[in-house]
Ligand binder design. Structure first.
Ligand code: FEO
Length: 138
C-alpha cells in the first residue's frame, strides 16, 4: 500500500514523462521537416522510451494499490532554430527529470517506503544514461 503523498508525487512524474514523450515526438517531426533523418529516428526512439517510462510508473502504482491518472496533454513547442539548440534544450529537460527523480527518492525515504525507493533506482540509472547520451551528442 502506497501513501497518498507518494502516489500523488508518482502521478506528477507520470505527467512529466508523458510531457517529455510529446516534446520528443514534436522534435522528431521538426527534424523530419528539416530533412534530418537520423535525428528524426533518434527522437522517435526517445519519445517511445519516455512513454515506456510513463507506463512503467502506471504499472507500478497498480501493483502497490495506487491509482495512476492519465495526465492532460500540454501544448509542446513546434519550432526550433537548430539541432544544436534542440540538444541543449533536451539536455536541460533531462536534467529537470533527474532532479524530479531525486526528489522522489528523497520522498520515498521520508515515507519509509523502501519498495518505491527500490523501484526508483531503475530511473536513477536511466537518467544517468540519458544525460550521458545527450551530452555526448552535444
Ligand atoms: Fe524519462 Fe528521460 O526522462
Amino acid at each position: 500500500m502506497i501513501s497518498e503523498k507518494m502516489e500523488k508525487a508518482l502521478n506528477e512524474q507520470i505527467a512529466m514523462e508523458g510531457h517529455s514523450s510529446f516534446v520528443y515526438l514534436s522534435i522528431a517531426s521538426w527534424c523530419d521537416k528539416e530533412g534530418l533523418d537520423g535525428c528524426n529516428q533518434f527522437f522517435r526512439r526517445q519519445a517511445d522510451e519516455e512513454r515506456f517510462h510513463m507506463l512503467k510508473i502506471f504499472d507500478y502504482l497498480s501493483e502497490v494499490d495506487g491509482f495512476a491518472k492519465v495526465p492532460a496533454i500540454e501544448q509542446v513547442p513546434h519550432e526550433y532554430n537548430s539541432i544544436q539548440e534542440i540538444f541543449k534544450l533536451t539536455l536541460e529537460q533531462e536534467r529537470k527529470v533527474t532532479s524530479s527523480i531525486n526528489d522522489l527518492v528523497r520522498l520515498s525515504l521520508d515515507e519509509n517506503d523502501y519498495t518505491t525507493k527500490n523501484f526508483l533506482e531503475w530511473y536513477v540509472a536511466e537518467q544517468h544514461e540519458e544525460e550521458t547520451l545527450f551530452k555526448s551528442v552535444l
